[in-house]
Design a binder for this molecule. Structure first.
Ligand code: ZN
Length: 216
């Protein structure tokens, strides 16, 4: 194991108390063992290569970030990559994946996400559009409109909000919120999810999924 692998997101004070390590296969929640979710954890944390199945097993939804790639073979998983990793506006893609038989989804958050600093990036992004021939007002309007849609305040909290939003929309899919450390590429479990699992309750009672489709 090289030194880089020893440096992880848990050394960052913003995350150190909010993420649980998966240091041993026993740390994988029982319901994820022997599932495609457990396989992804094994590939990242225990150097266990995933064997392709020839049919899609998993959807991984994550950020466009270039500093990591989910470790997945061809012929195994769908991947949706969008700024911030949330699926807002991409629910149609998720429905398509489900229509192919997939019932396991990993929402993969990461540290140091550029979408926590959208206001800093906005002027450069506006300039890109102007350089590409856009009218300045139209460019500003476009960036402002979408900045609100893609910006997140905090990577762990954003993952939590998106997990519960999707869980209410899709009742019969196993959704695993996981967090990847950019420095080590190891996966972690948010502590809020462990607390939620320990409560062992289903908070979907009385919710009509269709009513949630228009959530921001
Ligand atoms: Zn990101």
């Amino acid at each position: 194991m090289d030194d880089k692998k020893n440096l992880g997101v848990t050394q960052n004070v913003s995350f150190s108390t909010r993420l649980a390590r998966i240091a041993h296969p026993d740390d994988v929640p029982e319901k994820w063992r022997n599932t495609p979710i457990g396989a992804l954890i094994g590939a990242h944390n225990f150097e266990e290569p995933i064997k392709a199945k020839g049919s899609p097993q998993l959807l991984v939804a994550t950020c466009i970030e270039y500093r990591f790639q989910p470790i997945l073979p061809p012929m195994y998983s769908y991947i949706i990559r969008r700024a911030s990793g949330r699926l807002i506006g991409s629910e149609f893609s998720l429905v398509y994946v489900l229509s192919k038989g997939v019932r396991h989804v990993v929402l993969l958050g990461h540290d140091d996400c550029g979408m926590t600093q959208v206001s800093q990036h906005a002027p450069a992004m506006t300039n890109v559009l102007i350089e590409q021939g856009w009218d300045e007002d139209r460019a500003k309007e476009y960036i402002a409109m979408n900045a609100g849609r893609y910006a997140i305040q905090d990577e762990v909290d954003s993952l939590k909000q998106e997990f519960f939003r999707l869980k209410k929309l899709f009742l019969k899919v196993e959704i695993a919120p996981l967090f990847i450390s950019i420095s080590s590429h190891r996966l972690y479990i948010p502590r809020w999810y462990i607390d939620y699992m320990n409560k062992g309750e289903d908070d979907n009672a009385g919710v009509n999924p269709q009513d949630l489709l228009l959530l921001p």
